[in-house]
Design a protein around this ligand. Structure first.
Ligand code: TMP
Length: 215
């Protein structure tokens, strides 16, 4: 049983793995089925979050790793309380690009902070809210780097990190998915867009079959 009448679906994966494309396609499909869908993202899903996003992704100069983790947590706390929980309470489907698994992978593994502490921090920020489904779009390093390099001139602070950082992020994501197989759907992001979307829809149908529609 879920703690809310809505459905909370998150998309995770490295930069350039196709999260936005897949979440938009899923949103469109569910809306066509008559669901009320809220598209969301972190960081930057609120007015305050937009300011925090600008700082954490584009501020010049050094930001201490723990400060970075707290900025993402602050964005999350405000977003979940003011946007996501109210939508879930109304029975809506929230489809979100990035959530706490991003913090565990990027700050926990990428920045080499303690992943368990980062998870605890995120859960504190979000008052324990976990997604009903998390789609991990797993991209091998060569493809990830190639997609990233295509946008090299627009790199943000995280994208500009060296390839070992991104390799740690990818490993952490795969470990998270292995630890919570019920919550995660792991897909090879190199597959065609329509095949990936079909796999996502199949899993969402299964969720509905277990708990009934949520619109
Ligand atoms: P995006 O919105 O283009 O995916 O960019 C957000 C960047 O922020 C991306 O490089 C991943 C990073 N990030 C973290 O490091 N920790 C987090 O908790 C979140 C949500 C994102």
């Amino acid at each position: 049983m879920r703690a809310h009448p809505g459905l909370f679906i998150t998309f995770e994966g490295g930069d350039g793995s196709g999260k936005t494309t897949q979440s938009r396609l899923l949103s469109g499909w569910l809306a066509d089925l008559g669901r009320t869908v809220l598209g969301a993202r972190e960081p930057g899903g609120t007015e305050l979050g937009a300011e925090l996003r600008e700082i954490v992704l584009h501020r010049r100069g050094y930001i201490a790793p723990r400060a970075e983790a707290l900025l993402y947590a602050a964005d999350r706390a405000h977003h979940i309380t003011t946007v996501v929980r109210p939508a879930l309470a109304r029975g809506e489907v929230v489809i979100q690009d990035r959530y706490l698994d991003s913090s565990v992978a990027y700050q926990g593994a990428g920045r080499v902070l303690d992943p368990a502490e980062i998870r605890a921090l995120s859960l504190w920020a979000a008052e324990g809210l976990l997604p009903d489904l998390t789609v991990l779009l797993d991209l091998d390093e060569t493809h990830g780097r190639a997609r990233l390099d295509a946008a090299r001139d627009r790199y943000d602070r995280l994208e500009a990190e060296e390839s070992e950082f991104h390799a740690r992020v990818r490993r952490a994501y795969l470990e998270l998915a292995a630890a919570e197989p019920k919550r995660f759907l792991v897909l090879d992001a190199g597959r065609p867009v329509d095949e990936l979307q079909a796999a996502v829809r199949e899993r969402v149908r299964m969720l509905d079959a277990v708990s009934g529609p949520h619109a």
